[in-house]
Design a protein around this ligand. Sequence first.
Ligand SMILES: Nc1ncnc2c1ncn2[C@@H]1O[C@H](COP(=O)(O)OP(=O)(O)OP(=O)(O)O)[C@@H](O)[C@H]1O
Ligand SMILES: [Zn+2]
Length: 519
Amino acid sequence: MKKKITFLIMIVCFAFSSFLVYDKCFSGMSLNNVSSGDRLFVWTITLIVLIYYLRLDSKPSLVPASFSSEKKKTDDMSSENNKPSVSFKDVAGLDEVKEELKEIIDFINNSEKYNKMGAKIPRGVLFYGPPGTGKTLLAKAVAGETNSTFLYASGSEFVEKYVGVGAKRVRTLFEKAKKDAPSIVFIDEIDAIGSKRNSDSNNEKDQTLNQLLVEMDGFYRSQTVIVIGATNRLDLLDEALLRPGRFDRHIYVGNPNVKARKEIFGVHTKDKPLDASIDIEDLARKTHGFSGAQLANIANEAAIIAVRNKKKVIDINDFNSAIERVVAGLEVKNPSVLEKERVIVASHEAGHALVGKILNVDMIQKVSIVPRGQALGYVLRVPDEDRYLLTKDELYSKIKVLLAGRAAEYVVFGEITTGAKDDLTKATEIAQEMVCSYGMSSLGNISIKEQYMQYAFAKIDREVKKILNSCYDEALKIVQDNKSMLTIISQYLLDNENMTGDELDYIFEQNNPSHVLAT
Ligand SMILES: Nc1ncnc2c1ncn2[C@@H]1O[C@H](COP(=O)(O)OP(=O)(O)OP(=O)(O)O)[C@@H](O)[C@H]1O
Ligand SMILES: [Zn+2]
């Protein structure tokens, strides 16, 4: 509305300024004779209107969030009316999720059948799970399978400081969805607007959430609009949002297992020329814990690396480099690491590799002292099989391997460095989970929710420290007992920068360590 008024003002000003010029010309003067005062007047008016127009444009717009993000996500849309060309064929793995969604697809494709029976079409579906697992892709595929309009919005786009703006955006989004029905409204990061409301329910976020609830309650039967929300934190969502008739179907979308990883690699390499040396099954085994997005990224990175190396096909080395890049970050070219620091890093990484190998924690693929991302060195490890349950002993071993880098620094140099920062964070996280979620401490079989942790802080802290200290002592002992092996590994790293899992195995076979005693 405001834009229309501004446009009108612009037209009036333009007409007025034209009149001034015309008037001068009409009264026998040429344009050159228009006085500089008149010119100034005309220009001032035009300038004022222009500034006003630009300022209005920079104010929070009431255009639905979907409009902006649709533009970013047009790669897999057909030009006609935001209808995605993605189908279930493009979504690898996730068989049980697709099975569950088939019912929704039938609701949309055959809504008459359900309406006749008086059955209500489900309004909302909620995908939850870790990032990059294909939630957006699935929502697009539902739209593709049903030839529905796909409207994308991210929850954070509705968060505004001006009261009412978010709510208005929700309204506009749903108006469009109803107009273009059947449609799928996909709201990513729905927790940004859908998290639990406060008691003073008057702020902007609550209004936005209320508007979303109103919209979801307000469809007519004839309007097939399905809202798919996605979140990484189901626990944060307001109860009202999860009630029947709203987001009452919750579907977990998790990281792919080995079979799904193979299929995802299949989807993302189908148009790429692969060398015969590539065994997709082996790649799938090596990428435990990776999300679909990371696997897609690895396939793309491998292709880029192959092009960079002027190859005609993508070979296994390109894939290995791509995996390292995705896991550990960009290799730092010409790193300026001091020789003294290189020696410390070599011992630190050798400590991880040594204790990892002795305790048989995961399969070590590579140990490196080539800086990548922010790390000066790293050990690439993957479990040799998909694991869903871990024993208490296995968790202890994981912590020991994490703390072994620091233990090695202490054994070799008699002092410790800041290099163990990430290891400490990860080790502490595991120990906290053991105490608060898995009931694996002397506090007993108990699960302590985040909001109650502050009341039991001292007890939790004591238990976490107990776990970490005993693991560190154990790691220290293994490193001390196998110091000669540690020296061999770290010297190899200093000479060669990298060591493969096979080379590590070979060194162990040749040097017959005392690890049988240590374990
Ligand atoms: N199951 C899968 N099959 C094929 N490709 C996948 C799969 N999962 C993820 N991908 C790839 O990863 C990309 C990103 O996935 P997507 O955006 O759907 O994840 P998401 O779960 O919505 O992530 P986020 O929670 O971060 O928004 C997809 O465009 C696709 O290329
Ligand atoms: Zn480390």
